[in-house]
Design a protein around this ligand. Structure first.
Ligand code: GLN
Length: 528
């Protein structure tokens, strides 16, 4: 145990989904800007072993780490805000801990003891926190809201953890939602007060209350004061968090309201250098004259979180090109040529299953035929290859994933993946290297021929169709080092048509957009 390390615990009350992850990441960003090293971890109390099998419509994107962990989208926020590369140990789920605990019980490791939530599961949680803690400050976000059945062990674990490491080395941050009632035109703090009482009931007296409100106006100071008085939290511990235009403004909010308290807690009084965040916040207020319209052909169009890392990568690529971006969601099930024609470029992100896939193939075909900039990601590569193969003479080309006739499957299941289609944690996951063809668009964009990207797929391109693929206008511009798996394709005749079997969006950063996204926006601007 590192004696000088301090811990910040972020919990939530009233509602989930109001920005605990962004709050945790933003506190980390301010600390980093003071020169403090930060590590971060998400604890998810639900009983899944990982996020791989969760419905993205409900939970949003599944974020994949370099070591192949399928995690909650908050890890994406952490990576983007803190410019870290996280691993499995930064995502702690009840299901995983319980599975290991029960395996130990079966292996006879408890010597006759009764195995219980307290202390056995709580000890597993504490151990997982120690294991993930690396920085001077380790930030732990607990998913859900305090009081949820599944979360009780986690709340008890962090309460006990603070006793173990010293309460003075811990900062408890509770994120609450304060609704605004239109009828009486007032903010209502009662649910927040109750949520704080719940937390105190579990033995945790918070040091900070983050007050989330809707609308862009900062609620009156009296709201913060009322919460401070009713919860026994110091006024300096209250941070007001109205909506902001971009999440990248939140570190500025954190510094504005919590700067002094964070200096006090860390003993580090250095004024943080927040220039890069100020730049992003200001950028939002400058009117770029250039605007790019990007069409995202997708099936989960009613939850934009499903493609969060893709939209963040697109935004940062647009900002780096000094332009504003509009993202137009094109429903893959109803997509038409008019939709494709109405945007400057098309992105087909990752996806699974048959629904909407024809619309994605047609989108890729449209881009190939009309020289429209195209970026394909994972499934976006597979549909591009299907489109090219069809243009190259195999009219019914398809993928084994869509139940197509095997003789025309230009995309088929990878060796060793048969029979695992609905199982968790079995895809080709995480970092894998690729070798890019010298002189290809891919190699020019990366300015390298040996690259590494994160993956999450079960199917691959059948290279027996290479002639048809080429006849349809695509070349294979990157493969796995052993040449077996197609990693990149591109259309030499198009101004920008590139697709990768990987998920480059996970490595894009707000200040360092990924070259594939940057290149797409650059091309749109230069050729518009
Ligand atoms: N469904 C495809 C596969 O499993 C693509 C996966 C993805 O887009 N992440 O290979």
């Amino acid at each position: 145990m590192n004696k000088s390390r301090k811990y910040i615990f972020v919990t939530g009350g009233v509602l989930s989904g109001v920005g605990k992850g962004i709050t945790a990441a933003s506190i980390g960003a301010v600390l980093q800007a003071k020169g403090v090293s930060v590590s971060v971890q998400k604890c998810d109390p639900y009983l899944n072993v990982d996020a791989g099998l969760l419905n993205p419509k409900e939970h949003g994107e599944c974020f994949v780490t370099k070591d192949g962990a399928e995690t909650d989208l908050d890890l994406g926020h952490y990576e983007r805000f803190l410019d870290l590369e996280l691993t499995q140990k930064n995502a702690t789920l009840s299901g995983r801990l319980l599975r290991d605990l029960i395996a130990d019980e079966r292996a006879g490791k408890f010597g006759g003891q009764t195995v219980q939530m307290v202390p056995h599961l709580t000890n597993s949680i504490k151990k997982a926190i120690h294991l993930a803690a690396e920085g001077d400050i380790h930030i732990v976000e607990i998913g859900g809201t305090v009081g949820d059945y599944e979360g009780l062990s986690f709340i008890e674990a962090i309460r006990g953890f603070a006793l173990d490491v010293g309460r003075e080395n811990c900062l408890f941050v509770h994120v609450v939602y304060v609704p605004f009632l239109e009828a009486s035109h007032e903010y209502k703090t009662k649910p927040a007060q109750n949520a704080l009482a719940d937390l105190r009931g579990f033995g945790i007296m918070p040091d900070v209350v983050a007050v989330r409100t809707e609308g862009h106006d900062k609620p009156p100071r009296s709201i913060g004061e009322k919460i401070a008085i009713s919860s026994g939290v110091r006024r300096e511990g209250i941070i007001m968090m109205p909506n902001v235009d971009t999440v990248y403004e939140v570190p500025l909010t954190v510094y504005r309201d919590l700067g002094n308290l964070l200096s006090e807690f860390t003993g580090n009084t250095v004024k943080p250098d927040l220039q890069k965040w100020e730049y992003l916040a200001e950028r939002d207020k400058t009117d770029y004259t250039k605007r790019v319209n990007i069409g995202l052909v997708a099936k989960y169009i009613d939850n934009s979180d499903t493609y969060l890392s893709v939209t963040e990568a697109l935004k940062s690529a647009a900002w780096a090109n000094k332009s504003e971006i509009s993202i137009k969601w094109i429903n893959a099930e109803t997509a038409s040529e008019a939709d494709f024609a109405s945007v400057d470029a098309i992105v087909v992100p990752g996806g699974f299953g048959t629904r909407g896939v024809e619309g994605k193939i047609v989108a890729a075909e449209y881009c190939l035929k009309h020289n429209k900039p195209y970026l394909g990601i994972c499934l976006g590569l597979q549909v591009a290859v299907i489109a090219a193969t069809r243009l190259g003479g195999v009219a019914n080309a398809s993928s084994e994933e869509f139940g197509a006739d095997s003789s025309s499957n230009v995309v088929y299941i990878m060796d060793g993946q048969q029979g695992k289609e609905s199982t968790g944690g079995t895809m080709r996951l995480g970092n894998y290297p690729a070798v890019l063809k010298a002189g290809s668009l891919a190699s020019r964009l990366y300015a390298a021929t040996n690259i590494i990207e994160r993956h999450r797929h079960r199917y691959e391109v059948n290279q027996e169709f290479v002639q048809n693929i080429e006849d349809g206008g695509l070349i294979i511009s990157g493969t796995s080092p052993d040449n077996k798996l197609v990693e990149f394709v591109e259309a030499p005749k198009c101004k920008y048509f590139i697709a990768t079997q990987a998920h480059p969006e996970f490595r894009s950063r707000p200040f360092r957009p990924h070259p594939l996204f940057y290149g797409l926006i650059r091309t749109v601007i230069e050729t518009k």
